[in-house]
Design a protein around this ligand. Structure first.
Ligand SMILES: [Zn+2]
Length: 279
């Protein structure tokens, strides 16, 4: 990933911004009968772990980093087919992992409709959805520059809406789902409606069944999740926004973006700064 920034698909972002500009042009002049094609909404997927960070050891020969990557690929295919543009923080198993802050920067530059951090586990069952533990920001409007460490606070109303939408859709698809709060990084740094989606084994719908639960790595299970995510995001896309969001993205980068090879350190200055614009 670190060796190939094309994974961030800047060309796709450029394409979308181009479509936006074209849309603005097409609206003003006269007698345009054909409506401009709306820009495809961007979804950022962050398949957690990778490279030397294995994540959980799910079975003797299965590591979490590979399950999140497989789920990310499946989501990309399904969401693209549903009309979304998908950006991911990695598309392979890199030798050096992108620092967490940089994963957040990738997401924040995308002005995404939604950012989803993917995890997998052997504990619990079904799907665990979580939004940030930060208290919601009190400001009515999102300031132009917001602190990096609490950036997500300004997007919490939308994140909760997204989590509820996805939770309902998963449950309708007979996938047991828990909604919670967590501040697993980089969720607090994200300036988009954001949640973590952790896949746990799926128990048989028959409580008397002696069948083993379906593991998080199962392709059929992952496809059901991907389809539910696509359905939920399609509904979410048509929701009126309850607060500040991708239409007026804030800048949440109190430090210059780091090179992927630089070790992650705590930001020296967590207060707002003017550099590192999120565009
Ligand atoms: Zn994990």
């Amino acid at each position: 990933m670190t060796s190939n920034p094309a994974h961030h698909n800047p060309s796709r972002i450029a394409l979308t911004l181009g479509a936006l500009a074209l849309g603005a042009l097409a609206c003003s002049p006269l007698h345009t009968q054909t409506r401009p094609t709306p820009p495809r909404a961007i979804i950022v997927l962050d398949p957690a772990h990778g490279g030397p960070d294995l994540g959980s050891q799910l079975t003797d020969d299965l590591q979490e980093k590979n399950v999140t990557l497989a789920l990310s690929a499946r989501l990309r295919t399904t969401l693209t087919a549903s009309g979304f543009t998908v950006l991911t923080t990695r598309d392979d198993d890199p030798t050096a992992l992108l620092p967490t802050d940089q994963r957040a920067s990738v997401a924040n530059h995308a002005h995404a409709l939604a950012c989803i951090v993917l995890h997998a586990t052997t504990s619990g069952s079904g799907i665990h959805l979580a939004t940030s533990t930060l208290p919601p920001a009190q400001d009515a409007d999102t300031p132009a520059v917001i602190p990096w460490d609490t950036a997500q606070a300004h997007y919490l109303p939308q994140s909760l809406l997204l989590a509820n939408q996805l939770g309902v859709t998963l449950i309708n698809a007979k996938l047991p789902t828990l909604l919670g709060r967590t501040s697993v990084r980089p969720i607090d740094n994200l300036t988009c409606p954001a949640l973590t989606l952790e896949v746990a084994p799926l128990p048989s719908p028959d409580p008397n069944s002696a069948d083993d639960p379906i593991p998080a790595s199962d392709p059929g299970y992952q496809q059901r999740i991907a389809q539910s995510v696509a359905t939920a995001l399609t509904a979410f896309r048509s929701h009126p926004e309850p607060g500040p969001g991708p239409a007026s993205p804030a800048k949440a980068t109190p430090k210059a973006p780091r090179k992927p090879t630089t070790p992650t350190t705590k930001p020296a200055n967590p207060t707002p700064a003017q550099n590192g614009a999120a565009r």
